[in-house]
Write a protein that binds this ligand. Structure first.
Ligand SMILES: [Fe+2]
Length: 355
């Protein structure tokens, strides 16, 4: 085995530079080569010194050639009127962080919080949606928090149930769903004060995107995420994307999250397992379970159950579903007071007014 070959091996496997010549020789012999001990000694000495004959310098030269080439491309682009430096700057504007109201102190949370779950846009209940917009307009100066607790988007186009088939509305695309999501979010947030704490939790439907991207072949041609497409950072939303793990805490005691358990008595199940007050959606049912000061609130959905997107559900299952949402008041001491709003045909009453 020639000296140059041993040096090339050492550049390829730099860990062996730390070994002695005898050990290097044994290792090369185990791979079927026949190096002399002297060549191993010289190769180690020269490679450690960074000999001018080593391939490392060859690599450096290649790197330099690449840099020279890139520099020429940049100059050429500049002559053509493009600024490649600007094009390659990171897309994330760190100033966006300033727009996001992070979990405020209890004193800044004191007031009204609107909690909405399972809107399933574009299959949301348009009458209810309109009523909630009006409610927000009526109470805008009192609203300190606006919380979307999952499945705000349906992401029908990414449903694993429909792989290889058309979506439940043939022709519906992901970009159309994102567009509808942006419109619905514009409408719901248009009257919120700039310092309103806004949170967005992924539900199992937004998680369709995460599952899609976990497939290696899909990840090679990535799709835009719900967080990016809804411009949640730009809108000032504090966003969490792990639907079965994440939650936000309202005041000192009330955890809000998408919901995990689907059993008939899911409100009790959530309290039993999580040992604290909680509010969730996910089941599309409305329930409440109270034990002393601790409460578990299942707040219903904002979806239009007659939509073809829910064609998978039996009539019996849908008969248990209910449109609704929650209004939570946070007190100075961090405690909470909950109103679960139950809707009939998309209409509801709040504060004596029909919406
Ligand atoms: Fe859900």
């Amino acid at each position: 085995m020639k000296l140059q070959n041993i040096k090339e091996f050492l550049e390829f496997k730099p860990g062996y530079k730390k070994e002695g010549a005898k050990r290097l020789k044994r290792h090369l012999e185990a791979k079927g080569f026949k190096p002399s001990l002297e060549n191993c000694r010289v190769a180690l000495r020269e490679v450690r010194r960074g000999s001018s004959n080593s391939t490392y310098n060859g690599f450096s030269k290649k790197t330099k050639d690449t840099e020279d080439l890139l520099s020429k491309v940049r100059d050429l682009a500049k002559n053509l009127g493009y600024n490649l430096e600007a094009e390659t700057k990171p897309l994330i504007n760190t100033n966006l962080d300033d727009l996001i109201v992070k979990t405020p102190s209890i004193s800044k949370q004191v007031g009204m919080h609107i909690v909405l779950g399972c809107w399933h846009v574009p299959f949301h209940n348009k009458t209810l949606h309109k009523g909630v917009r009006k409610l927000i307009e009526d109470y805008k100066s009192e609203i300190k928090g606006f919380h979307l607790i999952g499945d705000f988007l349906d992401l029908n186009a990414l449903s694993s149930h429909d792989r290889g088939k058309f979506t439940s509305i043939p022709g519906l695309t992901l970009s159309q769903e994102y567009k509808a999501g942006n419109i619905a979010l514009d409408q719901l947030t248009e009257n919120l004060e700039p310092d309103c704490w806004k949170t967005y939790l992924y539900g199992n439907h937004e998680d369709r995107y995460n599952r899609w991207m976990r497939d290696m072949d899909n990840a090679k041609t990535p799709l835009i995420s719900p967080k990016e497409s809804l411009k949640l950072n730009e809108r000032g939303f504090q966003t969490k994307t792990s639907w079965s793990q994440d939650y936000f805490k309202l005041g000192k005691y009330l955890d809000i999250f998408h919901g995990i358990y689907f059993s008939i008595h899911s409100a009790k199940a959530h309290m039993d397992k999580l040992r604290g007050s909680c509010m969730y959606a996910h089941t599309h049912r409305i329930q409440q379970y109270i034990e002393g000061n601790t409460g578990s609130f299942n707040i219903g959905a904002g979806a239009d159950f007659s939509s073809p997107a829910f064609g998978y559900a039996s009539r019996a299952m849908k008969s248990q579903w209910q449109n609704g949402f929650a209004v939570v008041m946070i007190d100075e001491d961090g405690s909470y007071h909950t109103t679960q709003v139950i809707c009939q045909n998309g209409r509801f009453y709040f504060g004596g007014k029909k919406y």
